[in-house]
Design a protein around this ligand. Structure first.
Ligand code: OAD
Length: 235
């Protein structure tokens, strides 16, 4: 299979491995966030109901990390690819950081929400998150103290699924980058795209849980293999 031929429609799914070399932790690797924090306490609606201060503390720390981090060559390469072919490249990310945007990407679908946004759990209003969010802060729209990070937690439905399904069905090439293939629905996108006729490529540090479902793979640090792949496409 030729994976370097420009495809008509390229759908790219990214995960925490894309931002690992920018200094943002991944979740399931050795020393990953879920080895140090209980995801049931900090990434579920039930955990938030039990202890909103703890959940805000967790995401405040992640927001600070994100603000201090810089895009790496993999973010820059994907942004370059989308800017070169804006009509043909769909960027979907499970990441809640804004490093693709800061690298110059034109449009990023954040299926798991964004650290830079706040959401009122009472009325659904969204606004730009301050650097430190406070559980007592009133919603600017309804005034209730139900502020939460605009992050999709376990047990909640990911954002933009209709647009994602449409993109996957139309894809000629589906590429997953830096994701372990453990979290659905994202882990099922490779099958969805393949069923619709797309070729599939995994770019990761090591084979993911869904590696056997891809037509081809390249393994290595994202900052090296992604710019290389993008350069081949744009040649
Ligand atoms: P994981 O932490 O599960 O997986 C990270 C993947 O990146 C692994 O396959 C690593 O091998 C790979 N990786 C690590 N360093 C890399 C590097 N430098 N270059 C390339 N790849 C590298 O993260 P995700 O798959 O993104 O959801 O996790 C999916 C979701 O689970 C997250 O969005 C988050 C988490 O719980 C929520 O919080 C809702």
């Amino acid at each position: 299979m030729t994976i370097s031929m420009p495809a008509e429609r390229i759908v790219i799914l990214t995960g925490a491995g894309l931002s690992a070399e920018s200094g943002l932790g991944t979740f399931r690797d050795k020393d990953g966030l879920w080895t140090r924090y209980d995801l049931n306490e900090v990434a579920t609606p039930e955990g938030f109901a039990r202890n909103p201060a703890l959940v805000h503390e967790f995401y405040n720390a992640r927001r600070t990390n994100c603000l201090e981090a810089q895009p790496n060559p993999a973010h820059e390469a994907l942004a370059r690819l989308q800017r070169a072919w804006p009509e043909r490249v769909t960027l979907i990310t499970q990441n809640v950081d804004d490093l693709l945007e800061r690298a110059g990407a034109l449009e990023v679908i954040h299926m798991h929400g964004e650290l830079t946004r706040a959401l009122c759990a009472a009325c659904g209003h969204r606004w730009d998150a301050p650097r430190q969010m406070d559980p007592q802060a009133p919603c600017p729209a309804c005034g209730r103290a139900a502020t939460r990070p605009d992050i999709v937690w376990f047990g909640e439905y990911p954002y933009h699924m209709e647009a994602i399904d449409t993109a996957l069905r139309a894809a000629d090439l589906f590429v997953a980058i830096g994701t372990s293939g453990n979290v659905y629905p994202a882990a099922g996108f490779v099958q969805e795209a393949a069923t619709s006729g797309a070729r599939t490529l995994e770019l990761n540090l090591e084979p993911s849980a869904t590696a056997s479902l891809f037509d081809a793979a390249r393994f290595g640090p994202a900052s090296q293999i992604v710019p290389h792949w993008v350069a081949e496409l744009l040649e």
